[in-house]
Design a protein around this ligand. Sequence first.
Ligand code: ADP
Ligand code: GN1
Ligand code: MG
Length: 370
Amino acid sequence: MTKMERVRQAASQFVPENSIGVLRPFGNGHINDTYIMEALGEGAVRTLTLQRINHEVFKDPEQLMENITKVTSWLRKRILEEGGNPKRETLNVVNTLDGKPYYKDEDGNYFRVYDYIENTVSYDMVRSPRDFYESAVAFGHFQYMLADFPAAELHETIPNFHNTKKRFERFCQVVKEDKLGRAAEAAAEIRFVMERAALAEELGNLGLPLRVTHNDTKLNNVLLDPETGKAVCVVDLDTVMPGLAVNDFGDSIRFGASTGAEDETDLSKVECSMELFRVYTEGFLKGCGGRLTAEELAALPLGAKTMTFECGMRFLTDYLEGDVYFKIHREGHNLDRCRTQFKLVGDMEQKWEEMCRIVEECAKDTGEQP
Ligand code: ADP
Ligand code: GN1
Ligand code: MG
């Protein structure tokens, strides 16, 4: 069976095979394989998103789907209470024809389907500060809506996902082994990490409160309405788990406040924009609705630096291990990605005082105490 035949066979577990029209790859995620599919039923076309869950990354897709079913049901209730439209403002899981939230094929691949949310776009780079602001409100609000969710009911889909200290230890081990002999080419980047060993522990040592967080808040994980510019829906819920609010803030900054793409090879184009940093801070604080503690507010800049450092270290680890985790589209792709992240970390170090001042000013404007 070819890959697309396998995908079509999976699709036919969710909708009758003879109703399937268009079925094609979609999106720019680094982890799952995403497809858009049209199914014709009773005169109307239903558009769906079909995904093969990456089970190398998510070791227990059944538990993962249990999380997603619970979280989306919870969000649906909250959105209704707020007078919103849960068909557009949260993901809706489509069950298989025999009523399961996923399909496992004979080769052990897991597939799931969501309703496609029409008239939305997601961006790989910020187009305007306004879009970035709206994404910030959405990610902050996402956390706000999950504030009372019973966290103990959630499985940890990737253990120690944002445990930067453990990521650092693993990195050191991979450098030591250097199985593919790639360490020499990345000597400068390896040194960059080693010189910042203390950063891997700094955030974890602050004792910030655990909340139910998204944990993968990059800009292309929020769908925006291209006409109004408003955020419609937060997607990619695979890593919704107990985590730190400042990491959700930080991961968005790492990706969206950069003036270059995540894989830009011309590093002169890459810096952390203070205009975008301010805009995101304003939006995130608004979305969180005053729930962040003074300690969390003060740690927002550290969240940004830590998430950027951690992500760069993850790209570098994957490069040294032979590109086994993140999808790559060219030789050295993970090394290029790592370089942009470290350029950003260096830039944040330069702009540290300004970042702290911006957070203080935004917190004052929203009446919060940094
Ligand atoms: P990955 O884990 O690989 O990043 P995502 O779940 O983020 O996969 O999906 C990849 C992309 O597909 C997203 O960035 C988003 O643009 C798009 N997408 C995902 N789900 C939907 C949906 N239900 N409706 C519209 N677009 C979607
Ligand atoms: C992955 O799945 P995607 O592309 O939204 C990764 C994130 C990284 C990001 C880097 C489950 O996100 O942790 O920050 O790539 N997701 C997972 O772009 O590892
Ligand atoms: Mg994604």
